[in-house]
Design a protein around this ligand. Sequence first.
Ligand SMILES: [Zn+2]
Length: 135
Amino acid sequence: MSAEACYTIAVPIERAVTGVTISDGEHALCGYCGRSIGEGSPVGIYAYSMSDERDVTVARINCNDCATETITHPTLGGTEWLMRGTLALQSDVAHQSCQLVFVPNEGVVSMSPPTDGSNVVAEEQMEASMYCQQQ
Ligand SMILES: [Zn+2]
């Protein structure tokens, strides 16, 4: 799965992730349950940008059932976003191929600024994530 983004975060995050390639082909796999997701499916993505980078990277995609609402492990020095949207199929006529791209039509669900992620709350987050896994 390639999901590189060559955008800067000088633009709104919604714009930075719009049209980001989620998968080469007609289907992508949920990063949690492995379900195949295709065009028109509601999805959640996790994207981040480290303070010393200008790029936004889409690191994870989840189906509607697995998409999380909160960032349980904020990364110090990085800005992170959880976003909801749908997948769209974009065909490349010249190369006779198609790609699944992200359309952030529901916007940002959660955001963690670079200052979040100190060790003080690490334990609390561990508990929170264990709780999530039990569900
Ligand atoms: Zn899933």
